[in-house]
Design a protein around this ligand. Structure first.
Ligand SMILES: C[S@@+](CC[C@H](N)C(=O)[O-])C[C@H]1O[C@@H](n2cnc3c(N)ncnc32)[C@H](O)[C@@H]1O
Length: 244
């Protein structure tokens, strides 16, 4: 292979965030994190199939999305039972029936894909391999994004995947994020609730009580120091208090 061709492919790999999992235990851990079910699994970014093979072994039907034609051709020969979708996961039309989502996501589009999933219906749980730092942050809560979505989604970190478990080795380690649905508020309240959370996070004030006063004109007592200190349940209670 010429130097030129190799570097073009390396560039493509970098652009596609192709850090392939080479540790089968990490892939197995992700597949086994799924709640047992007969529902199909959508895999985002199947690559060379490290995770796909584990999903097939669960006995579930697998729909795999992959942008790199070379990977698609290789996988369709190796795993003929997997329904391969050659295309961009950002434009993928998720099934309109109950399914799970799994993916070792290209680090560059982690936030885009997480946001896409949060506004997509029909999936019941998602197991995503993303940057460890981001997985921990999501699971810990405290950010505006978490507060805005936590009435409907629970985020849990399932641990770290060392950088050495990928090829090429990325700059930081991976982390497994498990997202499940819940219903702390009716879905019809979403826009209103999210606008409230946004307004609080953007409000002026040195304490949560001051921010709430600036947003609503109400003086509330017994609040924790800052928005980041509110649990999902406390956000919902606060919203109900303000809107009742
Ligand atoms: C981090 S690799 C994971 C590959 C494989 N699942 C594994 O764990 O080894 C991300 C995969 O997503 C693919 N990919 C990158 N951007 C994509 C996009 N926009 N749509 C679909 N696949 C994409 C890459 O080609 C790559 O195979």
């Amino acid at each position: 292979m010429s130097y030129r061709r190799r570097s073009a492919r390396d560039r493509a790999r970098r652009e596609l965030g192709q850090n392939f999992l080479i540790n089968p235990r990490a892939a197995r851990r992700m597949a086994r994190a799924l709640t047992p079910s007969q529902d199909p699994v959508v895999e985002l970014g199947a690559g060379r199939g490290a995770l796909t093979r584990e999903l097939v072994d669960l006995g579930r039907s697998v729909i795999a999305v992959e942008l790199d034609r070379r990977c698609v051709e290789r996988l369709s020969a190796e795993l003929p039972r997997v329904r391969l979708h050659h295309g961009d996961m950002r434009e993928f039309r998720f099934p309109v029936r109950s399914h799970a989502v799994v993916g070792n996501l290209p680090f560059g589009i982690t936030t885009t894909m997480t946001r896409t999933l949060l506004t997509t219906q029909h999936w019941t749980e998602a197991v995503l391999l993303i940057q460890h730092e981001v997985a921990v942050k999501r699971a810990r809560g405290g950010s505006q994004l978490n507060a805005q979505w936590s009435p409907w989604f629970e985020f849990r970190s399932l641990g770290e995947v060392p950088a050495q478990h990928f090829r090429p080795i990325p700059a930081c380690s991976g982390g497994i994020l498990h997202i499940t649905r819940r219903q702390l508020l009716p879905a019809e309240r979403r826009n209103d609730y999210q606008a409230f959370v946004r307004a609080v996070y953007q409000a002026r004030g040195r304490s949560l009580a001051e921010m709430i006063r600036n947003v609503t004109g109400r003086r509330l007592h017994g609040l924790p120091p800052l928005p980041k200190d509110l649990t999902p349940q406390a956000w919902v209670r606060l919203y109900r208090r303000i809107t009742s």
